[in-house]
Each structure stands twice: as C-alpha cells, then as structure tokens.
Design a protein around this ligand. Sequence first.
Ligand code: NDP
Length: 451
Amino acid sequence: MAFDYDLFVIGGGSGGVRAARVAAQEGAKVALAEEERYGGTCVIRGCVPKKLMVFASEYGDMVDDAQAYGWDIKPGAFDWDVFRGKLYAELDRLENVYRGILKNNGVDTYDQRAKIADAHTVELTDGTRKTAKHILLAMGGRPVKPGIPGDELGITSNDIFHLEKLPESILIVGGGYIASEFAGILNGLGVNVTQYYRGAQILRGFDDEARGLVSDEMCQKGINLHLGTNIVRMEKEGDKIRVVATNGDENLFDQVMFATGRVPNADDMGLEEVGVELGRKGQVVVDDYSQTAVPSIYAVGDVTDRVNLTPVAIREGMAFVETVFKGNPTKPDHELIPTAIFTQPEMGTVGLSEEDAREQEPIEVYATSFKPMQQSFAGRSERVLMKLVVSQKTRKVLGCHIVAPGAGEMIQLAGIAVKMGATKEDFDRTVAVHPTMSEEIVTMKSPTRTG
Ligand code: NDP
C-alpha cells in the first residue's frame, strides 16, 4: 500500500521535531502537525522562558552583592514590560528556528490539530486525511488545576509569561519543580510569594538533605512557605482572591498559581478507538522501544509520562528513528539521568537519593555544607551542599546531589562520571580545582554517615 508519508508526527515540541528532522535526514518522507506554537512546552511555555525569568530574577541580589564588593551602583526597579517584550521576541525567534529546521529538512507541516483515524491515518481539523507508514505521537502534556471550588480564578505556568503586570502578591500551590522554581523567580522579581504544599517537604522524591536545604534557603530569601497546607476554596473579592486554607487561614492574594502537576495530551485523540492503550494517568502506554499496542504507532516525550524532561524526549525521539528508520533497534536509556531544579538556590542531582540508596544496599554518605566564598564575602549567610552517596560494596558513586549557585552546570559534568560508573576513589584521584565550590566533591575524605 502506498502511503502519503513514511512518518507522520503529531506534536511540534522537542521530541517530535527531533524525530521528524532525523527521520527526514535518513531519507524518509515526513509530515508534522502542530496545533499551537512550534517548539512545544519547553521552548514556548516551559524551560526556556522559565530559565530567562530565573536569570532576570537573580539580578536584584547581584546589585546588592556588587555593592558589598565595592561597586558604587544603585538598585533599580524591575520593568516587567521591558522583560516581557524581549521574552516574546526571543520566543518568536526560537519558534522560527524550529519551523526552519523542519522546512530545511523537507518536512511538510500542518498548523492544525491531528487525530488518529486508523492505524495508518491521521485526520486534520480541516477534515483532510493523511496516511503514513508510521505515526509518532509527541503531543506532550499540560498543567492541571486541582478541581477545588473557585480554581478557575487561578492561573497555571502556561499563563505566567503572559501576565499584563506582575502581581504584588501571589500564592503558589504545589511543591514540585514548577511550584518551587516559580516561587524563587517571583520572589526575586519583588513579588510577595506564599507557597502552599500539602506534604511534609517540597520536591518529594529528591534527596531529603538536599531538598531540606533548598526549602530552608527559600524561606531565608523571604518565601512564605507553608508545608502540610492546601487550599480548600477560593473566591473573588474586589480585584483580589480570597483563599481559605486547610489550616484555617484566610488570606487575600492578587494572584494564585497552580503548579499541581501535568497530564498527558492523549485525550480526545481517537487513540483507544484504534487500540492504543492509555494508562491510569491518561498516558500513552509504550514498550521499551516507544511502540504502542498498535505496531505502526509510536509515542515519545511527556505524552508517555516516563521521565518528563526535554532531553529525555529528544533521546526517545532519536531512539525511535534508530529503531524504525535505521534498522537498529534502540531502547532509550532512562538510567542515571542528571537533572537540575532551577530553584534559588539551584539543585542538581543524578542517581539515587540517600534514602533510596539505603533501601537498596549498605552505603557511605559523604556530605559537606558550607558558606561559599563569593556569597560569604558579600555578607550572605547562604549555604551550599555537596553530597555523594557511595556503595560500600562496589565503591561506585550511586548518587550525587548539589545545592549551590550553578548546580545545574556542575551536575552535567558530575553526571558523566556517575554514568561511567566512577567509584569514590576515582573522585578522590581527581585533583581539586581551587578555589571553587565544586572542589569539595573530590576532597571529602571521611564518610559523614554509613548504613
Ligand atoms: P510535579 O508532579 O513535580 O509536582 C506537582 C505538585 O503538585 C506536587 O508537589 C504535588 O504534591 C502537588 N499536587 C498535586 N495534586 C495536588 C492537589 N490536588 N492539591 C494540591 N497539590 C497537589 O509537577 P510539576 O507540574 O511541578 O512538574 C511537572 C514535570 O515537569 C516534572 O515532574 C518534571 O519532570 C518537569 N519539569 C522539569 C523541570 C526541570 O527539569 N527543571 C522544570 C519544570 C518541570 P505531592 O508531592 O503530594 O504529590
């Protein structure tokens, strides 16, 4: 049977665009449909604008630090309009880069929603049908609100970049990556930030000592963090929002932002009708090769809810092309993925937390927490953490956790060593780079704890 395309990709985010490009470079005839902006969550309403906001939010403290170092400069005010204008221009530029990648590689693009009609056919919003030998689902995910009375008054991370003006006060609900990152960003931009998290400590799943330090430092910086607290209901009061909390508190905020998780964009796509299995969270269920229950349909990225990170979606997209278009069956590798949480302070992590490692086998923990030179000289009391979790038996470093300015940059490099299976003694053999914060990672001689 002759198909219109060898590959039809649904979703123009990081995973979909990478798979489309690489497949096209292999000679495949490829099409891609995107109903919103090219670039997807990461580029348009996630990692990229978020990181630019992190940068913007850090300049206030830098002015204070510069004064402490002898600079005669005066703090100014942050102008949201100026920043937002530049941000929009940058996102336009990046979207054009993504469109250009597809165009230059001969990928046909359809700026509309596509749904699955059968195992080899997609139907576009305008009713057009296109057939393809393979279909790749890469629709990503979207934020969800918790479904409490009045939650329509709140915003999500999708909306934060489009605010007409920065609120004077905001309540952020949630304790995950997005909630904790935006608490730091908005606090740095001068917004009065309150954060409610229903659990005992933010950043559940990460190393306890590391997330404990992040949480302490966030409070030190002025974030009003309430643990064990959630919203019961919210209602409009003048131009503010009245929030009733589970601890009985009632407060008025200018804005409420929900960062209470994300769901896969797999609903209303005709997937189950053709036999693609969906999981409990609505995610597309795939095997180790990203293949769904329908052999011609594959899925990568957040829509599969495996490890919801852009570089992982890209790896999954490339492994899919290896498997399907290069005759080289390849499983994406989900082991030992380094990651950074752009809280203030930043946290970088790879491998097992102390708690998870301890469940697995006897370990040694090497940890040091100290005031780094640059901030200490400027009169700041902030602490950083460098931590290694080591297997007593194999001596391998099972986990590395860093809380420090630039932890994201550091963990990328430490991640190579951990991925290679480096032992504690390999770290010890490496000469320190002095004076740096990260030198502590190779100079910790005696274990802090064993067990
Ligand atoms: P997460 O799943 O990480 O966090 C959701 C938070 O909301 C949790 O603290 C959760 O609490 C809480 N929550 C869930 N439901 C409710 C509810 N009904 N009421 C109150 N609180 C609730 O989601 P995020 O949206 O923060 O991030 C999604 C994913 O995006 C991340 O897992 C990550 O993979 C990715 N991401 C990565 C970033 C990076 O690499 N720097 C940055 C941003 C996102 P509980 O812990 O109790 O379940």
